[in-house]
Design a protein around this ligand. Structure first.
Ligand SMILES: Nc1ncnc2c1ncn2[C@@H]1O[C@H](COP(=O)(O)OP(=O)(O)OP(=O)(O)O)[C@@H](O)[C@H]1O
Length: 823
């Protein structure tokens, strides 16, 4: 008899463990496959009729077994766990029938679980149940799924082996075809995935229309389309160093405080309802439990907003600030380090908005460690507690309810993902329109396009609000759906416990305990479902920031790059070629220029000839596609970008000033320059007197991009900046194009001092400004058409001669003066 009781218990535990394992396994495979289906559609084996038939049979065996067990319930004591396992197994196997792809791992897993749980049950039943009337039928029903499951398992292993061979062969073929043609197979597959997904998409939002093409060429965009969520998530690990406080003791301490609060909170979650249960039990025996009430009150205070929660909220502040600081600083530095190629292609407002939206990730650490992890622990504790206090059915009800909520949430959230993506995209669009209009206010005003811009902005706001409405509505529906499910699960659980009380296996206090405990239990479930939704929203918001952070600068320092050190000023272009991107014609072709220290090199030619591009190569805004650029004999790709740019000063075509004082703008070139230095530079640039005539002198604010100054004044400030920097190599890109002839004469005088002993590259349309150059290079369509001194080029009577004559006739007087002076 004793032996029978022990066997019965072993069987019960075994069946309960198998039920839990089956549930968790089915849930995990649902989670994994939720994102994988489209990938496997192309590469995985299709489910065959034999497998469908086998699964159907196995389900039928389990159902039959359940019926036999139910009918023999009077002979077989404690059938609850057995029935529960049979129902769960038949549901898990049935769920396989809904699958057409990626069924192999799940099928194998279920076979293993069925065999591992079924064989001991069969053995124990064979030994100990021989006296039952239903014995024969039960044994047959128990052995059939095992035999069938074993056969299916062998079949699965064969399919695995075959699949591995096919994949290896496919990989080999792909490798060889990739070496012949440029990844056409891969792109075809990718198109396949996209079209598969497109056809499956159930979203009512149209994301393909104006979903930027740029999305497609980023990895995150690709993953987003394919639904390969494990790879998608793994890309976000670049953020981990910014979110985890490895070296910050203060934040680590705050984290520790939060963890301690969470542990205490978990204990209180059980203590408070237990205390209430014991008060109820005492009241049922008509005992006045005043001291118990006092303890209950104290525990409640500690548990609530004025106790642990307040402490935790305080400790969370430094954690959130740490993540924000790390993330935004890293994003800003990364964007600043990106090259001109990136900045000339991206809209600055969008980049700024992306960084702002990406800050949502600062919640991830808090959400995953301080909310999701404790919620999982809570649920585990609740599961064990319900099992020990009531029975396996109550624990199982809770587990099923939790997994159902989570599955519902995962499936339903997918329904709203595209809307969230649309929302973040619309927010960026709104920021872009606003930024463009405000920044280009002068243009808007000159063309009187206020009505147009207002309309454009209103449209962007409407688009944003429409996207927000769609997302918010679905979010509200999802919350409503979840909230409706919670009372339903409570009713089931309450029925189970009420039944236990009615059977005398639990006290009425236990029922009160459940009511109070449910309040604590429901929060982790709610947190898990809500946090999942917010986590997804945060990740979507951060997608564009991830794109930014994973964009590699096209021009970067080599790992063994060295500082240029003091520069003499030798500059050489050796067979330098460059094109902006592969689709374009080369902007620079086979350029050979050699400049000795102190030499003046003039670059002239028609507009678009490639003069500025050549200068960008010298500054390493871009790298040459072939050939090289050298300074003092060093290839500039071997030195650090910082030291290279420190040795070069530039007066650009369109200088940009910051909205700060004149003094600060000039000092930008050398932060420690004294007032005297700045004044001297401004005198040399013929702007000092003008500045003094302003009411606030050097403290005058110049407005955004220097709008409060004339074009000539801005240019002279840019020259003053270059003088303050005093670099060994100087670039003057149309430095005097915006000044009148009188000022130009003054500036030319200033420039004479500036360029003394410096290697200078002068870009000029007005040839009169370069007649004294040591060598003039005439560029045409990216290559050097002719070169020489002014006199040599005139004698050649080529392109330069023609340009000179054209300009001479356009504006005879000043040209004549210059020509004469040089002659
Ligand atoms: N960021 C860019 N991306 C793509 N193409 C560019 C870019 N910048 C310039 N180009 C192209 O490269 C060519 C050379 O331009 P570049 O600015 O070097 O000419 P330039 O001789 O300095 O002209 P200008 O005298 O008018 O300033 C032009 O055809 C131009 O359209």
């Amino acid at each position: 008899m004793m032996l029978m009781a022990t066997t019965e218990q072993v069987l019960q535990h075994l069946q309960f463990a198998a039920s839990v394992t089956t549930l968790l396994f089915t849930f995990s495979s649902f989670l994994v496959n939720h994102g994988y289906s489209t990938i496997e559609k192309t590469f995985g084996p299709r489910i065959s009729a034999v497998i469908v038939g086998s699964i159907g049979c196995i389900v039928a065996y389990y159902v039959t077994q359940a019926i036999i067990v139910f009918q023999g319930r009077h002979e077989l004591v404690q059938i609850q766990d057995r029935l529960m396992l049979l129902v769960i197994l038949s549901l898990a196997w049935s769920s396989l029938l809904t699958r057409t792809h990626s069924w192999l791992p799940e099928l194998t897993g279920l076979c293993v679980i069925s065999l591992v749980s079924g064989i001991p049950v069969l053995v124990l039943d064979t030994i100990y149940r021989t006296r039952y009337a239903t014995y024969q039928a039960l044994l047959v029903a128990e052995s059939l799924p095992l035999v069938h499951g074993g056969a299916v398992l062998v079949y699965c292993l064969i399919v695995y082996l075959r699949l591995r061979r096919t994949r290896a062969k496919l990989a080999e073929e792909t490798r060889s075809s990739l070496s012949n043609s440029d990844s056409s197979i891969a792109s075809e597959r990718y198109r396949d995935h996209c079209s598969n997904l497109d056809s499956e998409s159930d979203s009512d939002t149209d994301i393909s229309d104006d979903e930027d093409e740029e999305d497609l060429d980023t990895r995150i965009g690709e993953l987003r389309k394919s639904g390969h969520w494990i790879d998608y998530l793994s890309d976000f690990k670049v953020f981990l160093p910014f979110l985890i406080p490895r070296k910050n003791i203060k934040v680590q301490l705050c984290f520790l405080v939060c963890v301690l609060c969470l542990i205490t909170d978990r204990v209180l979650n059980v203590l408070v309802p237990t205390q209430l249960g014991s008060i109820a039990n005492k009241l049922f025996t008509q005992e006045l439990a005043l001291s118990d009430l006092g303890i209950y009150f104290a525990l409640n205070i500690l548990h609530g907003q004025s106790g642990l929660e307040m402490l935790m909220s305080l400790a969370k502040i430094p954690i959130q600030q740490f993540s924000y600081r790390q993330l935004t600083n890293a994003a800003f530095s990364h964007v600043m380090d990106l090259t001109m190629e990136f900045h000339s292609e991206r809209d600055s407002a969008e980049v700024m908005k992306s960084i702002e939206q990406g800050a949502a990730l600062t919640n991830v650490l808090e959400t995953s460690f301080l909310e999701i992890a404790p919620a999982v622990i809570d649920l585990f504790v609740a599961f064990v507690l319900l099992y020990l206090k009531f029975n396996s059915l109550a624990a199982m009800c809770m587990l099923i309810a939790t997994l159902t909520f989570l599955s519902l949430e995962v499936a339903a959230s997918r329904w709203n993902i595209d809307n969230r993506r649309q929302l973040t995209k619309a927010e960026r669009g709104e920021a872009r329109v606003m930024h463009q209009a405000i920044q280009g206010w002068l243009t808007v005003s000159s063309f009187n396009m206020f009505a147009y811009e207002k309309c454009r902005f209103a449209e962007a706001v409407d688009k944003h609000l429409t996207a927000k409405r769609k997302w918010s509505c679905r979010d509200v529906y999802l919350t409503g759906l979840m909230e409706a499910c919670f009372p339903a699960s409570f009713v089931v659980l309450a029925c189970v416990v009420a039944h236990e009380v009615s059977q005398g296996r639990a006290s009425p206090g236990d029922f009160v305990f459940l009511i109070q405990y449910w309040d604590y239990l429901i929060w982790p479930i709610k947190y898990l479902t809500k946090d999942y939704r917010w986590l997804i929203a945060d990740l979507i918001d951060a997608e564009r920031l991830l794109d930014l952070l994973t964009t590699k600068p096209t021009v970067s320092d080599k790992c063994d790059a060295f500082d240029l050190g003091p520069v003499q000023g030798y500059v050489e272009f050796e067979d330098a070629c460059f094109s902006y991107n592969n689709k374009r014609e080369p902007a620079v072709r086979d350029i050979n220029i050699s400049a000795a220290p102190g030499a003046i090199i003039a670059l002239v030619g028609t507009t678009g000839a490639g003069k500025s591009s050549l200068v960008k190569l010298l500054l390493r805004h871009y790298d040459v596609t072939s050939g090289r650029v050298k300074i003092d004999g060093h290839d500039i790709r071997d030195v650090t970008k910082g030291s290279l740019r420190n040795s070069i000063g530039i007066v650009p075509q369109n200088p940009i000033l910051f909205n700060a004082s004149i003094m600060d703008n000039i000092r930008y070139a050398k932060l420690d320059a004294s007032d005297e230095e700045v004044h001297r530079a401004c005198q040399a640039a013929a702007i000092h007197d003008k500045i003094l005539s302003f009411a606030q002198g050097y403290q005058t604010k110049v407005g955004e991009q220097g709008v409060k100054l004339s074009g000539g004044e801005v240019q002279r400030l840019a020259i003053a900046r270059a003088i303050v920097k005093s670099p060994p190599i100087l670039i003057l890109d149309e430095a005097t194009s915006a000044v009148d002839t009188e000022t130009e004469a003054k500036i030319q005088e200033a420039l004479k001092h500036l360029i003394k002993d410096r290697t200078t590259f002068v870009i000029a349309h007005r040839l009169s400004t370069v007649v004294n150059a040591d060598r003039i290079f005439v560029l045409d369509n990216g290559s050097i058409a002719e070169s020489g001194t002014h006199r040599e080029l005139l004698e050649k009577q080529g392109r330069y001669y023609n340009l000179w004559n054209t300009q001479l006739h356009e504006n005879e007087d000043p040209m004549m003066i210059n020509l004469e002076s040089t002659d």
